[in-house]
Structures are given as structure tokens and as C-alpha cells.
Write a protein that binds this ligand. Structure first.
Ligand code: CO8
Length: 263
């Protein structure tokens, strides 16, 4: 792979937007081009009416993503400036602002910032060659892309602390068992196929309802139960008057396939 090759690729097909990390020789480690470009690419797909679901994946090879590019790491001039930079350029946090669902399609190494990126996605599917870990303490660091916060929310406090304090890598069967991923297939080829099938299946559903589910669950997770239930009711009420809801119930009565417009 020449240095001129783009660090990530963006494609669209059948209602699905794909962002592919494209540094396979460096195990798709996150460089500045990815850090600055990937959030904007996802935002663009999120705003594109032809796209209903997004997929983040790694170019074929040995990794989804082996984390931040360790070779680019430099000691900052000032810790105050570094803290400010980390907060202002929290690129993975941008995924929290996306309305449409994002699927992380994971093969090979999924480490450090790579796992943190996957944790910011809504569904994680992996192939049997995947391995997961947050090795940052071995570098004298802590996960800085949301791992300390999102991992406990996904797999629970005890398991998250175990993974972060040991830096241990876990296999996909274990990741499936503890809920870090929700789908597991055998090969990278199957992963590519199953990811597309899954994304297209979700993309075929009424998009306003899909996005509302994402909002209800993600926002509600940070709220107390009563406020979350109110949010759910508000979104439910809003959906009641959409053309897609009327089409879905009419099609059910008429025993035909509904045609959704995203309105
Ligand atoms: N950064 C830069 N280059 C990398 C990285 C990386 N994270 N990982 C692998 N590479 C490169 C190697 O340098 C090597 O390049 P080259 O052939 O030019 O020497 C190539 O990829 C292949 O790697 P290896 O030869 O090391 O392959 P091995 O099979 O021997 O080992 C491992 C694979 C175990 C994955 C090993 O490469 C490794 O330990 N990599 C580092 C993993 C790591 O520590 N990741 C965490 C980084 S810190 C982090 O992510 C903090 C996130 C903070 C904010 C969020 C931003 C993303």
C-alpha cells in the first residue's frame, strides 16, 4: 500500500454507506487523516437521504483497527493544551451525534482506539479471527477514545475493569458471551456478506422508526427511568402520524408488502 492511498474509503450501495479504514499494512491504525476525516464522512452519510444505515469496517487483512497510530504519538508541548485538544477533537464522540444506525464489522485485531471506535457503533458483528482488547496501560496511557466510559456501559463494570487493567485480548466467542459483540460468523468472507445483509435488512425498514429507536435507547440509557419513558412516549406519538406508519398498518390490513418513503 503506497503512502498516497487514502487512509479510509467511503462507498454507498443499496441504502448502506460504508466507511472502510484503509491502512491494512499498518493494521488500519488511526492516523491524523482518519481522525479528522472519518467523523466528517460519517456525518455526510448521516445527512444523505439515499443512506439509511452505515457500516464501519477495516480493509481486508489482519485488522479491523489496531488503535491509534503509536508511531505518530509525540509528547505534547503542554498538558493543558493536550487536554484541550483531546476534548475539542474527541473524534469518536462524533458517532454519538449520528441519527442513523452504525454497524461495526470487525475482523482481526480490534484494539485500543479500534475497539473504542467499535464501541461507539450501535451493532458489532465479528468474524472468528477477531480479537478484542484495550492495551493502553501497557503504553503508560488509558483508553482515551471513550473506552473507560463506553465499555462498562456495554459489558458491565467488572468485566470492563478486568479487560482494561490486564490489557488481555479476548476471542470472539468470549466477546459474544459477554455481549461485546452480538453476532459472530466464521470467515472474513462471511463477515462481509452477513454485514451487508444485516445492513440492508435494517435499511429496508421504516427509517424514521429505526432512527427513533436508536434515539430512544441511546438517549434513554443516560436518563432516569421516568424521563426515559417520557422520551419513548414522545417519539412513539411522533411516529403515529408518519406516512410510513400509515402505510405499514394499511399494507398489513391489505395483506401486501409496505413501501416506505422515510416520511
Ligand atoms: N500504530 C501504528 N502501527 C501499528 C499499530 C499501531 N497501533 N499496530 C500495528 N502497527 C503496524 C506495525 O508497526 C507493523 O508495521 P511495519 O510492518 O511497518 O513495521 C504492522 O502494523 C504489523 O504489525 P506487527 O508487525 O506488530 O504485527 P504482529 O502480528 O507482530 O502484532 C499487534 C500485531 C499485536 C496488533 C501489534 O502490532 C500491536 O501490539 N500493535 C499495537 C496495538 C496497540 O497498542 N494499540 C493501542 C494503541 S493506543 C490507543 O489506541 C489509544 C487510543 C486513544 C484515543 C483514540 C484514538 C484512536
Amino acid at each position: 500500500m503506497s503512502e498516497e492511498a487514502p487512509s479510509f474509503l467511503v462507498e454507498r450501495a443499496n441504502g448502506v454507506g460504508f466507511v472502510t479504514l484503509n491502512r491494512p499494512d499498518q493494521l488500519n491504525a488511526v492516523n491524523n487523516a482518519i481522525r479528522s476525516g472519518l467523523p466528517a464522512a460519517l456525518r455526510e452519510l448521516d445527512a444523505d437521504p439515499s443512506v439509511a444505515v452505515m457500516v464501519v469496517r477495516g480493509a481486508p487483512g489482519r485488522a479491523f483497527c489496531a488503535g491509534a497510530d503509536v508511531k505518530e504519538m509525540r509528547a505534547p508541548d503542554s498538558v493543558i493544551a493536550e487536554r484541550r485538544r483531546m476534548i475539542n477533537h474527541a473524534w469518536i464522540d462524533n458517532l454519538d451525534k449520528l441519527n442513523k444506525p452504525v454497524i461495526a464489522s470487525i475482523h482481526g485485531f480490534c484494539l485500543g482506539g479500534g475497539l473504542e471506535l467499535a464501541l461507539a457503533c450501535d451493532i458489532r458483528i465479528a468474524s472468528a479471527d477477531a480479537s478484542f482488547g484495550l492495551p493502553e496501560t501497557a503504553l503508560g496511557l488509558i483508553p482515551g477514545g471513550g473506552g473507560t466510559q463506553r465499555l462498562p456501559r456495554v459489558i458491565g463494570l467488572g468485566r470492563a475493569l478486568d479487560l482494561m487493567l490486564t490489557g488481555d485480548r479476548i476471542k470472539p466467542e468470549e466477546a459474544l458471551r459477554i455481549g461485546l459483540i452480538t453476532r459472530l460468523v466464521d470467515t472474513q468472507e462471511q463477515l462481509a456478506e452477513e454485514t451487508v445483509k444485516l445492513a440492508e435488512r435494517i435499511a429496508a425498514r421504516p427509517p424514521l422508526a429505526t432512527n427513533a429507536v436508536k434515539e430512544a435507547v441511546r438517549s434513554g440509557f443516560e436518563l432516569d427511568l421516568a424521563t426515559g419513558l417520557t422520551l419513548e412516549k414522545t417519539l412513539f406519538a411522533l411516529l403515529q402520524v408518519t406516512e410510513d406508519k400509515i402505510e405499514a398498518t394499511t399494507a398489513f390490513k391489505e395483506k401486501r408488502k409496505p413501501v416506505f418513503k422515510g416520511k
